[in-house]
Design a protein around this ligand. Structure first.
Ligand code: DON
Length: 362
């Protein structure tokens, strides 16, 4: 009897010891997991480069502090309302393809999306009509001329252009599915909102300001019509195009939009499919060749990333399979690209070793 009791006590003690041992191991491994959390790669796709969430956050911090006081550049003023935007706005956002959002600086302020919208309308046209239709009806060539060049349209009779310069962009807007002007606009705004993962809205003062002073774009649209390269009423197509350029976005919105492209067309935050992987496959090369107008070559040389700029001061860049990044800062250089956005994105891409052409030999 005594022996039985003794054996029972021994086994109870053993069980207790085992329990304490197991729980202490569990506690210490939980603490370890917590401690090492910042060492966990931020996105599976960034693992190979050994990039952590802490690395991304500090790259954004450093870029912000390094460039916040840059005084170069000037707000666009050919659209009068853009001259009134606070030139000090400076927001940086990076969204990984697994949906992690990193931000620094002014994320609350909105600017008009302007030409960045051309990337999403191009994607919408590819999605709706196929990549061959975009190629045949608009073109995917860099013109080597200014973004609103009429000379380019005249010289090639509306060909040899692409959907990221004004003529091709207005033609792309004219191709968007919809029975009338209102339906096309509704569809463009809703597609942009799906890319951003929230309902976007029109910046009315910017739209009114540009719509009232838009003869050049109207002329381009009519010239394209003369060459059979405009696919809806030219006046109405220009008006919808002007509205699409006046959609309000923050740096975070643009980064989510860019990350949706980086993620093969599925918004990494809402997890909703916006366009197909094939549409992204045909959209990104156009961004690579013509996203920053006359300076597209310099940009691509320096960053290796397809990107798109707008005269509102936003630039978004796409690191395929890894992340989307965007910066908003209104002062522009001569080519019409945000000075601080170019500097900050380039700095962060370098810090994270994210240039896809930086290949480490095996
Ligand atoms: O049509 C325009 O001129 C403007 N709504 C958009 C131009 C633009 O954003 C060029 N960007 N760098």
């Amino acid at each position: 009897m005594y022996n039985k009791m003794k054996n029972q006590r021994i086994s109870t003690n053993l069980l207790m010891m085992l329990f304490i041992l197991v729980s202490s191991v569990m506690i210490s491994s939980a603490t370890f997991a917590q401690k090492s959390k910042s060492k966990v790669p931020a996105a599976p796709a960034l693992t190979s480069a050994g990039v952590t969430a802490a690395d991304i956050a500090s790259a954004l911090d450093e870029a912000y502090n390094k460039f916040v006081d840059v005084k170069e550049g000037k707000n666009a003023d050919y659209i009068k309302e853009l001259a009134n935007v606070d030139p000090k706005i400076f927001g940086i956002a990076l969204v990984t393809t697994d949906g992690q959002v990193f931000t620094k600086g002014d994320i609350a302020s909105m600017v008009s999306i302007q030409s960045v919208s051309k990337a999403f309308v191009a994607a919408q046209v590819i999605e709706e009509s196929g990549h061959q239709a975009l190629m045949d009806k608009i073109g995917v060539d860099a013109t080597g001329l200014k973004f609103n060049s009429i000379v380019a349209v005249e010289e090639h009779r509306g060909k040899e252009i692409n959907p990221l310069v004004n003529p091709g962009a207005i033609a792309a807007t004219s191709m968007v599915f919809g029975a009338d002007s209102a339906a096309k606009w509704k569809s463009i705004l809703s597609k942009h909102s799906e890319f951003a993962g929230r309902q976007l809205a029109l910046n009315m003062p910017v739209y009114i300001s540009e719509a009232g002073d838009n003869l050049r774009n109207q002329a381009i649209a009519h010239l394209l019509l003369a060459y059979g390269r405009m696919y809806f009423d030219p006046a109405q197509a220009t008006d919808i195009y002007t509205k699409q350029c006046a959609i309000n976005v923050s740096a975070k919105d643009l980064a989510v939009m860019a990350s949706t492209l980086a993620n093969g067309g599925v918004n990494p935050v809402t997890k909703k499919k916006v366009v197909s992987p094939e549409t992204v496959m045909y959209t990104l090369p156009v961004l690579a060749t013509a996203g920053l107008y006359d300076d597209s070559g310099i940009w691509f040389y320096n960053s290796g990333l397809p990107a798109k700029s707008g005269v509102g001061g936003g630039i978004m860049a796409v690191c395929p399979g890894k992340f989307g990044i965007a910066v908003v800062s209104p002062p522009l250089d001569e080519a019409g690209n945000s000075v601080k956005a170019q500097l900050a994105i380039k700095y962060i891409v370098e810090k994270l070793k994210a240039d896809p052409y930086l290949i480490q030999p095996k």
